[in-house]
Write a protein that binds this ligand. Structure first.
Ligand SMILES: *Cc1c(COP(=O)(O)O)cnc(C)c1O
Length: 424
């Protein structure tokens, strides 16, 4: 039976049999017992479904993976210990030393570092492009060894909306996949596979968990990309490190996500704990309700800020005057999540004074949880970027990033009012 997304949030991924636990149980075991060596052999060969070692798979984690795959409309998902690990593995699964990839520049600061510093050391070269680049110019950046294009649905923290179909068209024209980080939108507001994305990644530490309790990430495979087109021998020729398996032949539509698990998770080991997967699942059970409230509250706050004389500018794609409003309407018709950024008049100092005066909203290096929080990106998450890189990432010195929680919006507005008065 196929359920609506709201129902998938609550019940997807776990179907207890007669007498079994109603709630996804925490299976806190690294290992699993079998009666015969032959069965274990078959598990290793992926001929039978089952678990043999928690680094590769665990029943609690498996339920969450199934739920997220369902929500995104993919054929499979793999949870990781953090969002960073998900981004890294999503790329290493199809890129190696000597390869090249393209990414939009307006992305999460941690992802920018991963791409510009660490991937470079791995021998993977990254070209950064403007999210608004024309198809013609994007085509010019594609090289013989380009293996993928990467972007964020709604960028953190600059809130640029990606024209997913544009990037998918150029990617597919060149026989390469599009990977989309869907952390800010969540599958409740946008499902990138519907617009041609091939792989989706998330930091589940944000809205999917929603309570700021468990760090995590996930990679979701649409199952749509033809990996046997000659550009991805890692998927279409025998993997000698895994019994000569040819992922495209032996795993069908799940080739990419299977390789990520049995090769890269096996070798890199950025496995989530069953306990954290349990927390993530609790969060997912209310994702649909929370996203609705985050979005409503953020819209009200954005409108209020827009009419406040101490606020220089407000960036929220849900606002009708926003540069990305049309794209937002197309890709996120039911709202653009709870994150807003705005500039406080008086520059960097006024922004910091305002933030220090907030009472209900806390200063946190986090976004997208139930509690309202604020952050000054220029002096925190993006402090390692040069001024030029800051501008490219869409970060102004007086910019406050505010993650609107699910409290009563009147209390949030009252707090903003008193803190702005202090910053005068
Ligand atoms: C937070 C974040 C990440 C990194 O996730 P972690 O769970 O902190 O490792 C990646 N992408 C986006 C868009 C994020 O907001």
């Amino acid at each position: 039976m196929s359920y609506k997304r709201n129902t998938m949030c609550v019940q997807g991924g776990y179907e207890p049999k007669n007498g079994e636990a109603r709630v996804v149980p925490i299976c806190q075991s690294t290992t699993y017992k079998y009666d015969s060596s032959e069965t274990v052999g078959k598990l290793f060969d992926l001929e039978e479904d089952g678990f043999f070692y928690t680094r590769i798979g665990n029943p609690t984690v498996d339920c969450v993976e199934k739920k997220i795959a369902m929500l995104e409309g993919g054929v499979g998902a793999m949870c990781t210990s953090s969002g960073q690990a998900a981004s890294l593995i999503s790329i290493l699964n199809i890129c190696e030393a000597g390869d090249h990839m393209i990414s939009t520049a307006a992305i999460y600061g941690g992802t920018f570092n991963l791409f510009s510093v660490t991937l470079k050391k791995f021998g993977i070269d990254v070209t950064f492009v403007d999210t608004e680049i024309s198809e013609e110019d994007l085509q010019k950046e594609v090289k013989e060894n380009t293996k993928l294009i990467f972007s964020e649905t709604l960028s953190n923290p600059s809130l640029v909306v990606c024209d997913i179909e544009k990037f998918a068209r150029i990617a597919h024209k060149n026989d390469i996949p599009l990977i989309i980080d869907n952390t800010f939108a969540t599958p409740m507001l946008c499902r990138p596979f519907e617009y041609g994305a091939d792989i989706v990644v998330h930091s589940t530490s944000k809205y999917l968990d929603g309570h700021a309790t468990a760090l995590g990430g996930v990679i979701v495979d649409s199952g749509n990309f033809p990996w046997d087109n000659g550009k991805f021998p890692g998927l279409s020729t025998p993997d000698e490190s895994y019994h000569g398996m040819v992922y495209t032949k032996d795993c069908g539509k799940a080739a990419y996500i299977t390789k990520a698990r049995v090769q890269l998770m096996r070798d890199l080991g950025s496995t989530p704990s069953p306990q954290n997967a349990f927390y993530l699942n609790l969060g997912l059970e209310t994702l649909h309700l929370r996203m609705e409230r985050h979005t409503q509250n953020a819209m009200a706050v954005a409108k209020w800020l827009e009419n406040n004389e101490q606020v220089e500018w407000v960036n929220y794609p849900g606002l009708s005057g926003n540069r990305y409003h049309d794209l937002a309407n197309k890709y996120m018709p039911s709202g653009t999540s709870g994150v807003i950024s705005f500039g406080v008049k008086g520059g960097r100092d006024a922004a910091m004074k305002f933030m220090d005066s907030l009472k209900l909203a806390a200063i946190v290096v986090h976004v997208a949880d139930a509690r309202t929080g604020v952050l000054h990106p220029a002096s925190t998450t993006h402090r390692q970027l040069s001024d030029e890189q800051l501008v490219a990432a869409g970060v102004e010195p007086n910019m406050v990033r505010m993650s609107i929680g699910i409290e009563d919006v009147e209390d949030i507005l009252e707090d903003l009012e008193q803190a702005l008065a202090q910053a005068k």
